[in-house]
Every structure is written in structure tokens, then in C-alpha cells.
Design a protein around this ligand. Structure first.
Ligand SMILES: NC(=O)c1ccc[n+]([C@@H]2O[C@H](COP(=O)([O-])OP(=O)(O)OC[C@H]3O[C@@H](n4cnc5c(N)ncnc54)[C@H](OP(=O)(O)O)[C@@H]3O)[C@@H](O)[C@H]2O)c1
Length: 253
């Protein structure tokens, strides 16, 4: 696994790039969107809570970044048409997409599989894997229209090695890793589009808090501290890497 936590990006790394971030209103997605904009990207903020997206929009504007765009969408209820409408809007506005960070995620419940609620299972699979897959399909023409496009799917340690009680969340992340390999292989010949997976590692967010309520959040890196690998993957320095697994944080000693 490759980790680029020591990467030092130039200030204009993402200049002129249009990057869509899902789950951009909170946690890692919020930090990623702000940092991409800080490095010159025009960021499309996608999420389900409009007030949170508006707050990130304002933060980017106040910091002097390129004017972002807001795309409210709940991945749980979204259907193929929503993704195609989104692609049409982005096409009209930008004509291409240079980056796509699939970051939105749902934890579900940590519980023995015997007690796992099937509706919750479907909900987690919808938000974590089915939604991102169909969104990617709809956006492929725009990604192909870019001279250098990067798609990053967010994985997890439990998507690389199964762990008891992690249920649909772990299974959705395994599926994510599998899909990355399939699609990366399909687009390899293009030479202009790469698809990789990235495991953020333990990060101080609301999701982590609900998975580990007894943990001291201050013992974890905040989202802002894990972003060098995100930046590296979105910028031109990762161009030769396709179908690989990345880690945002080095393994614990
Ligand atoms: N934090 C960690 O330690 C850790 C470790 C490994 C992997 N990850 C992965 O990293 C990614 C980000 O996690 P995080 O820790 O930043 O989580 P978070 O703080 O809970 O943020 C998740 C984001 O996803 C959005 N989201 C959830 N359901 C959605 C839906 N149905 N439609 C649209 N957006 C939705 C949330 O929107 P609202 O704010 O509106 O609810 C929020 O912006 C996830 O894919 C997660 O699995 C995190």
C-alpha cells in the first residue's frame, strides 16, 4: 500500500481542474473540498444536507478559492436519472470533469450479522457502493473529456481485511476495492483516466466517533492532516497510477 502523507503539493497543484466531492458537507469530504479549492480547483460540492454544503461554499469563497458549485443529492434515494441529470448540468457548466472523489459514506450498525437489519444493509450498500457506481457510469463521458482525470474511491481497513460485526459497511468497502480493479482495467488503455482506492485510516470525524464511542478523538489525526495523499491522487503526479490501493496514513507502529 502506498501512502503520500509527506507529499508537499505546489500551491497551484489543482489549478483549472474541476473536481466533484461527494459527502462534501462534513468530515473528510469537507476538508478535502476546502483543500482542493485552496490548491486552485473548482470544486463541485455534493451532499444531502444543503446547509452544510452552503457553509463549505462560504468557507471556500471567504478563503478566496475559485467559485464552487453545490449539488444537493441524497445517495440513498438517487436513481440513474439523477446521475444523468447531474452529468448534463456539469457538461453544460464545465464540459468535463478532472476529478471525482467518492467520499460520502454510511456506517450502518456494528452488530453481529445474525441481528443485522436487511433494510439497513441495503441502505449502506446503496450509499457506499451502488450510488457511487452508477454516478461513475453517468460521469464517464465527462471524465473521458478531461486530458488528465482521477477517480478516487474511499475504502477502509475493513474493506481490505474483514472484521467481525462490521457487516454491510465492510462488505461495501470490499465491493469498492473490487469495482476499482474492474474499472481501472477497463480504462487502462485510455492513458488519461485513472481509478484508485484510498483508505483514510482512523480520522477524527463523526463517523469514527459513532464506530468507537469510547475513543479519545484527540488521539486521532483530524481530516486536515490526512489530505496529502488525496491531493497527490487528484493532481498530475499520480498520473501513472491506476487500479492501486492507497493509504492516507502510515500504519501504526
Ligand atoms: N473517519 C474515519 O476514521 C474513516 C476511516 C475509514 C474510512 N472512512 C471513510 O471516509 C469517508 C468519509 O467519512 P467521514 O469519517 O468523513 O464521515 P462523516 O463525518 O460521517 O461524513 C460522511 C459524509 O457523507 C455524507 N453522506 C452520508 N450519507 C449520505 C447520503 N445518503 N447522500 C449523500 N451524502 C451522504 C454525509 O452527509 P451529512 O453530513 O449531510 O450527513 C457527510 O458529509 C467515508 O466513505 C468513510 O467510510 C472514514
Amino acid at each position: 500500500m502506498i501512502c503520500k502523507i509527506d507529499y508537499q503539493p505546489p500551491a497551484d497543484l489543482l489549478k483549472e481542474r474541476v473536481i466533484l466531492v461527494t459527502g462534501a458537507g462534513d468530515g473528510i469530504g469537507r476538508a478535502a473540498a476546502r483543500t482542493f479549492a485552496q490548491h486552485g480547483a473548482t470544486v463541485v460540492l455534493l451532499g444531502r444536507t444543503i446547509s452544510k454544503l452552503e457553509a463549505v461554499y462560504d468557507e471556500i469563497e471567504a478563503a478566496g478559492g475559485p467559485q464552487p458549485a453545490i449539488f444537493p443529492l441524497n445517495l440513498e434515494g438517487a436513481v440513474l436519472k439523477d446521475y444523468h441529470d447531474m452529468a448534463e448540468t456539469l457538461d453544460k457548466e464545465f464540459g468535463r470533469l478532472d476529478g471525482l472523489l467518492h467520499n460520502a459514506g454510511l456506517l450502518g450498525r456494528l452488530t453481529p450479522f445474525e441481528q443485522y437489519n436487511p433494510e439497513l444493509w441495503d441502505q449502506v450498500m446503496q450509499v457506499n457502493i451502488n450510488g457511487p457506481i452508477w454516478m461513475t457510469q453517468a460521469l464517464l463521458p465527462l471524465l473521458k473529456a478531461s486530458a488528465d482525470a482521477s477517480v478516487v474511491f474511499t475504502s477502509s481497513s475493513v474493506g481490505r481485511k474483514g472484521r467481525a460485526y462490521w457487516g454491510a459497511y465492510a462488505v461495501s468497502k470490499f465491493a469498492t476495492e473490487g469495482f476499482v480493479q474492474v474499472l481501472a482495467d477497463e480504462v487502462e488503455h485510455l492513458g488519461t483516466l485513472r481509478i484508485n482506492s484510498l483508505n483514510p485510516g482512523a480520522t477524527r470525524t463523526a463517523m469514527r466517533k459513532s464506530a468507537y464511542p469510547g475513543e479519545d478523538p484527540m488521539s486521532l489525526r483530524p481530516p486536515e492532516a490526512i489530505l496529502p495523499t488525496y491531493l497527490w491522487l487528484m493532481g498530475p503526479d499520480s498520473r501513472a497510477h491506476n487500479g492501486e490501493m492507497f493509504d492516507a496514513q502510515p500504519p501504526k507502529a
